[in-house]
Design a protein around this ligand. Structure first.
Ligand SMILES: C[S@@+](CC[C@H](N)C(=O)[O-])C[C@H]1O[C@@H](n2cnc3c(N)ncnc32)[C@H](O)[C@@H]1O
Length: 262
């Protein structure tokens, strides 16, 4: 089980981070790779606040269909409000591992930053494969937290912080295994790309600028469980503040986009 609570507060925080230029650029790349056309039927698994789903619904148009589903009621409510004006869009409560949808019902499927929270990945990918029509396209994107380069004055302490942050999801290293998993589920992997979240300098309105607070909050709430003392977290935070003040902040982490066909 993921440790992360996708509640109202998380929905708001996530929405703000997803509106930063880094994540706007990610959505543009995902749409380029998926290339939705008017009239296509698209599924967004783990729709979250619905920003990508909104773009998808507009691109497939009223002759198409966009179904978004999510396990968290707060996310379903946020995405439903965002998509309310589009008759081709529908948002439902649902689980990636047990899709309440017919076989071969979609031309396209997308799932960004979701499968890293899912424990039974073979089952989730079998479900994704089942609901896509033969020849249908799937775009999956997840972070490998091992790819992080985040400057700190104390790298051992940073490693302990990040080990604790790894606990916010089921698999912080999913992308390295995703190719074989997709093939085992019957997909053909067509393309794999890196999408970097890259802040070589402090910029408050950025993915890193938003995530630094989210990571601190998660570690503050869960650090003890992972053996990280409160004083260490505070020392880590003070160090980051000092690096920001000295214009010495640096953050980079990679997401991996897999384009596959059924
Ligand atoms: C980090 S958010 C990503 C949201 C969205 N895909 C995006 O990229 O903007 C992860 C989302 O996956 C959802 N989620 C996690 N496990 C899920 C599951 N088993 N089935 C469906 N949704 C799930 C969470 O509720 C959350 O909304």
């Amino acid at each position: 089980m993921s440790q992360f609570a996708f509640d109202d507060a998380a929905a708001k925080a996530m929405e703000a981070i997803y509106l930063t230029p880094d994540v706007v650029a990610q959505r543009a790349r995902v749409l380029d790779l998926l290339a939705p056309s008017p009239g296509e039927r698209v599924l967004d698994v783990g729709v979250g606040p619905g920003l990508l789903a909104l773009d998808l619904a507009r691109l497939v148009g009223e002759s198409g269909r966009m179904v978004g589903l999510d396990l968290a009621p707060a996310m379903v409510a946020t995405a439903t409000a965002r998509l309310a004006a589009l008759p081709q869009a529908e948002v439902r409560l649902g689980d990636a591992t047990d899709l309440d949808l017919p076989d071969a019902a979609f031309d396209l499927a997308v799932s960004t930053q979701v499968y890293e929270y899912v424990a039974d990945m073979p089952r989730a990918l079998n479900e994704l494969h089942r609901v896509l029509r033969p020849g249908g396209r799937a775009l999956i994107l997840d972070t490998d937290w091992r790819s992080i380069v985040w400057h700190s004055s104390d790298s051992a302490r940073m490693d302990r912080m990040l080990a604790c942050w790894d606990g916010h999801l089921v698999d912080p290293h999913l992308p390295a295994k995703l190719g074989p998993m997709l093939r085992a589920a019957g997909f053909e992997v067509r393309r794999v790309e890196i999408v970097a979240m890259f802040s070589p300098r402090w910029q408050p309105v950025s993915y890193a600028g938003g995530m630094i607070g989210a990571i601190r909050n998660f570690v503050r709430a869960n650090g003890q469980q992972f053996g990280l003392a409160a004083a260490e977290l505070e020392a880590w935070w003070s160090d980051q503040e000092a690096l920001i003040a000295a214009d010495a902040f640096f953050f980079s982490v990679n997401r991996y986009a897999f384009l596959a066909t059924r």
